[in-house]
Ligand binder design. Sequence first.
Ligand code: NSS
Length: 430
Amino acid sequence: MNMQTIAIEEISKHTGKKVDLRGWVHRIRSSKGIVFLVLRDSTGIVQCVVKDTVPGFEKAAETGMEASVTLSGTVRKDQRAPGGYEVDVKKFEVVGPSDNFPIREFQSPEFLLDYRHLWIRSQRIQHILKIRSEVTGLIHEFFRKRGYYEIQSPILTQIACEGGSTLFEVKYFGEKAFLAQSWQLHAEAVIHGLEKAYCIAPSFRAEKSRTRKHLAEYWHAEAEAAWMEHEDSMKLQEDLVSYVVQGVLKRRKKELLELGRDLKKLEVIKPPFPRITYEKMIEMLKKEGIRRKWGDDIGVPEEKALSKHFRKPFFIEKWPVHSKAFYMKESDDGKTVLCDDMMMPEAYGELIGGSERETDVKVLEKRMKEFGIKEKDMKSYQFYVDIRKYGSVPHSGFGMGVERLVMWICGIDHIRDTIAFPRVMNRINP
Ligand code: NSS
């Protein structure tokens, strides 16, 4: 299509002038010799009026929702039109017809997921995907400004970074392999050369429960740095989240407002974020009438009770040794590890999991046994232990769920709409 078309968002600059437009039919209705058609492109929507004197009027009158069209017309200011402008069409053509578009108003979430390949055109999903694109762009920007190198790590592995219960198994030339749960264990090797590394990559978790915030395939923004201790890692995490949120506020305000997001909830996101220890968390929960004993994990009721106390994201640090992963460095108290979970406000739950890593080979090997890594599997982890034997340095890192961040920034209630084609337990299509 070699027409010199303009984007719909540019329409106000062309008042009184003739323009060429192309896009899809968002809505259409006709009455007595006139067709009102709302045209959509990736930048917005505009109402176009086709009268029966216009060449192509018959085609316009028969056009179905979501047909692709090109048209030429004159831009007119009109307070009553959505967006404040209207186009008086002089010429109209259908590029790709569309009969009986299956999506109508008020359809169930499951129906919309079955037709995700078409629902993806909706204004709502487009706003979210634009915000998502901004989020990943800002994450890259943040790390690069701070001298981090982007590193890709293997997706096919034989190691379980986050325990065996959520591994996806695949066949690897006759051997058993898994889809990566995290880049972390390989990244720890990389930072003994590059010092600072980050990635945005897919991670896989065979989550066997249906929740509002778990995907089987999600995008994971992870960072790892040599010489970085637990405290510095938390500073990096709060800086990252603040940078992304402020960036989205600046660049995607329109989409946030269209989604009905309360911007005040985002404006306050600036460092520092409050910190509480796991021990303090148990006390806070007790005051809320929720009893949790040392070593217990928390779920949605606890997240809700805690988040009432915070307007910003907050850290829960220093969890009991055996409640987290094998690789975390033991604190001086001997019973906790130097780790943090960053929790989102408004009861959105965990956004980031991070820790300083254990560097003592003996402690690490002891932990691997305690966490159930079998002797026969040890050869796959040998590289990880090896890193500690040759010029080991204190180091830390963390992982942030991109969809979790997008979900909270957009203020939406289910993670599935933060990614173009969600993968959850009962769905691998389209
Ligand atoms: O399991 S984590 O808590 N931590 C790790 O994977 C570390 N190895 C990361 C690291 O230190 N490099 O996952 C990190 C984050 C977690 O806080 C969530 O925001 C997100 O990854 N996450 C998920 N998002 C969507 N769906 C699922 N299933 C999911 N699991 C974790």
